[in-house]
Write a protein that binds this ligand. Structure first.
Ligand SMILES: NC(=O)c1ccc[n+]([C@@H]2O[C@H](COP(=O)([O-])OP(=O)(O)OC[C@H]3O[C@@H](n4cnc5c(N)ncnc54)[C@H](O)[C@@H]3O)[C@@H](O)[C@H]2O)c1
Length: 287
């Protein structure tokens, strides 16, 4: 049965940044629903405690089939990375997967490149890039040493696929993560370790909504006419982690309502902005 490939029973998957109440928390929930042992990681202990309560029994009708473990650790440090992998290796089941969710853009990261300073740059790259390499490497070293296959998924952004004006640190970090994803996929394919990503568009997480996104502008510029939800992202992550995607590596799945396909040459109704010929416009509009 092809549909059975979604099952993750007996497999442990680490989710970094699981405590935010947004993408990481929802990814953890999806993996639990597929039967995984999930090690939720966050450096914020209060957030972790909140998701433990939320994920234990989200419907009030009994919890999901998987097992949730948590660890408070900072994945931007070598000690934090070692703690996470040790804890995952000691969990019931085999360490199998990693979802790198930690990342995002803080208010100071929105600025013209001409004004950007070194502190903003370093912060954006630390938050979005460096830990992805070191945590992925630590998980892959464990998998290779145990001759186990595995699957690593990193949450990327449309800002890593195309330009990210006034957001240069974030966009550059996410573009580097895209390169990292492809490179690791090629190097680690021989060990049965798949490495993929998700390029998320505008997603209704608490953090993003608080810093940047006015609900009144929901869906603006998006062919599907709405913002994405954390569940939209988690569904793609679940596909990439489990064996449904057994022959996929180095891929980055867009979860952006089609926004990446819309060139600036087209307006929100997909009419080319440079076309003024009334006959063509009449044909497009069906006049
Ligand atoms: N929300 C969006 O619209 C959107 C769009 C595209 C991509 N993304 C990406 O999705 C990811 C998650 O976004 P979100 O809005 O759910 O984020 P979030 O800020 O709600 O969650 C991130 C979590 O990571 C934790 N964290 C931060 N640094 C850490 C560290 N060093 N060690 C351990 N934990 C740490 C935070 O405490 C937080 O709980 C990010 O990589 C972001 O770039 C989000």
């Amino acid at each position: 049965m092809i549909a059975e490939r979604i099952r993750l029973a007996g497999r442990t998957v680490i989710v970094s940044g699981a405590g935010g109440g947004g993408i990481g928390t929802t990814c953890a929930r999806a993996l639990l629903e597929a039967g995984a042992t999930v090690l939720g990681v966050d450096r914020d202990a209060e957030r972790l405690a909140a998701i433990e309560a939320e994920l234990a029994d989200p419907t009030g009708l009994g919890g999901p089939p998987g097992t949730l473990l948590t660890v408070c650790a900072d994945v931007s440090t070598a000690d934090g990375v070692a703690t996470v992998v040790e804890r995952a290796a000691a969990a019931p089941g085999e360490l199998y997967g990693l979802v790198n969710v930690v990342g995002g853009s803080l208010l100071p990261h929105w600025a013209p490149a001409l004004d950007f300073d070194r502190e903003q740059w370093d912060q954006a790259l630390d938050l979005n890039l460096h830990h992805v390499m070191w945590l992925s490497q630590a998980v892959a070293r464990h998998l290779v040493a145990h001759e186990s296959p595995g699957s690593i998924v990193t949450i990327n952004s449309t800002g890593g696929v195309v330009a990210a004006p006034y957001h240069v640190g974030y966009g550059t970090a996410k573009a580097a993560v895209l390169g990292l994803t492809r490179t690791l996929a090629l190097e680690w394919g021989r060990y049965g370790i798949r490495v993929n990503g998700v390029a998320a568009g505008s997603i209704t997480t608490p953090r993003a909504t608080a810093t940047a996104q006015d609900p009144a502008l929901a869906g603006r510029g998006v062919p599907l006419r709405r913002r994405g939800t954390p569940a939209d992202v988690a569904a793609a992550v679940l596909f990439l982690i489990c064996d449904l995607s057994a022959y996929t590596t180095g891929a980055v799945i867009p979860v952006e309502g089609g926004a990446l396909h819309r060139l600036g040459l087209f307006d929100e109704d997909h009419v080319p902005v440079h076309v003024s010929n009334p006959q063509i416009l009449a044909r497009i509009h069906g006049d």
